[in-house]
Design a binder for this molecule. Sequence first.
Ligand SMILES: Cc1ncc(COP(=O)(O)O)c(C=O)c1O
Length: 400
Amino acid sequence: MTDLFSKFDPLIRQREDLLATGVTDPFSLVMERVVSPTVAICNGRETILLGTYNYMGMTFDADVIAAGKDALDKFGAGTTGSRVLNGTYQGHKECEEALKEFYAMDHAMVFSTGYQANLGIISTIAGKGDYVILDIDSHASIYDGCAMGNAEIVAFRHNDVDALEKRLKRLPPEAGKLVVLEGVYSMLGDIAPLKEMIRVSKEAGAMILVDEAHSMGFIGEHGRGVAEAQGVIDDVDFIIGTFSKSVGTVGGFCVSNHPKFEILRLVCRPYVFTASLPPSVVATAATSIRKLMHGSNKRAHLWENSKVLHKGLRDLGFTLGTDEPQSAIIAVIMPDLEMGAMMWEALLEEGLYVNLARPPATPAGMTLLRCSLCAEHSSDQVIEILARFERAGKRVGIIG
Ligand SMILES: Cc1ncc(COP(=O)(O)O)c(C=O)c1O
């Protein structure tokens, strides 16, 4: 018998070598208690959370929690069915209405996760003979959507408008084309030059999908994302998003003005062949989305936090993923995985949780400490975060 697990041996060895250095396993941390959007108890210690996607701090919003409890009482724990059979409740429709209003778009389709939204939309609309043109640093769910479909896949250099244009020009003019972009790239926290990319894509006759997972609620005047901030949202054919970040729960969606959009409900396999979200989840999502429409003060505070943290970390001597803060994600570049894991542990001992990210999730084989800010972080917490980074960085020897 060939052991099908032998392909994982290099990863198993890498993990064993890392743990043999005595470092805490960075990928099995348990949140023993969650006190608020910005504080949890980890290893018995009160810890500031700087590695969640809870950008707008909606997880503990009183109205959101009340809506979830009410739906749990009235509609039960789950739907036990697909959206196209017994799994569409009033709450799913209300959630889709909230999304249509939030984005000012004609159609909204709620999936069970954002991963499934990318998987479903990309694999369904780009078929045999079509082309998907995507940024090489795209999220795994975008790649998996491509792998599940039958279209030809063409990748271009990260955020490079000329590279995108060149690739598009080489494709048959009459072929169907879907350009897939992200508003914010979650590893380095950089944003896409959507305005220019959408212009060259439209010139080539392509449709455009933008995944705004990390910008919804925060970026743009109404929190609609980078496409809104750059004034090109009307040129985007499909926006993909998630409830697992700013919305503060779980679920995914696609919004669009395409007149034939509703047919996707019958042909999109990751929508049809899975159970729909529980009533409590869609109730929390709908309430949260409606509150995010009026979140401009929170957005302003989150930008302030992002600027203060970015400048503070740079002044301390850390190497960051972007020259300027472009989103709520600030990536601190580590020299290697060992050093990254040591710094991650030192921060945890200081009472600060960040995300340790490593290849293949990261671009160019980088190890990153990804800091993601929350609108509920107080200004004092941000100052405390910088003090903890300074102490940990000096202890590990990453800064002098
Ligand atoms: C860019 C992007 N798209 C999609 C997803 C998937 O979202 P979900 O957590 O809802 O599956 C993520 C999640 O990390 C993401 O970063």
